[in-house]
Design a protein around this ligand. Structure first.
Ligand code: 4NP
Length: 154
């Protein structure tokens, strides 16, 4: 099983959005037996909470369910459990490396570094623009799936 973990600060806006979008892409390509997808936050602020209402509403608009999703905090143990650890912005990457106590730059990457944008995914918790975030997350997730398919000959 190839294991993918999306990480943001709160695990209620961006990383659950990426998790749900990516799971749908994986399902649409019938790769769900091969690729496992999860998300986590670097903070413990929203542990056990469902995704933000803005994330839920935006995903529902695109026919993507968030049922059963709950916030969890990134654990040191996640480093060995996942093959692709995808942060949403530069400060997430810093916090991820701090939690894992590693400078790894092979499996830890920033989502939009996989695209031509090479920038942070804006945090809609502060911008209020869930559409912009959805569009960028979707673009990054497409590139990530291409990369995984290429690297694993799927
Ligand atoms: P996320 O957004 O990291 O995309 O889940 C945030 C959610 C909550 C907070 C900050 C960012 N907060 O300050 O509670």
């Amino acid at each position: 099983m190839i294991r993918v973990l999306f990480v943001c600060l709160g695990n209620i806006c961006r990383s659950p959005m990426a998790e749900a979008v990516f799971k749908k892409m994986v399902r649409d390509e019938q790769l769900e037996e091969k690729i496992f997808v999860d998300s986590a936050g670097t903070s413990d602020w929203h542990v056990g909470k469902p995704p933000h209402q803005g994330t839920v509403a935006k995903l529902n608009e695109y026919g993507i369910s968030t049922e059963g999703m709950r916030g969890r905090q990134l654990q040191k143990e996640d480093y060995d459990q996942f093959d692709y650890i995808i942060g949403m912005d530069a400060s997430n990457i810093e916090a991820i490396r701090h939690i894992f106590q590693t400078n790894d730059d092979t499996k830890i990457m920033r989502l939009l570094d996989l695209t031509d944008d090479k920038k942070d995914v804006p945090d809609p918790y502060f911008t209020g623009d869930f559409q912009e975030t959805y569009d960028l997350v979707t673009k990054g997730c497409r590139k990530l799936l291409e990369k995984i398919k290429r690297e694993h000959r799927l």
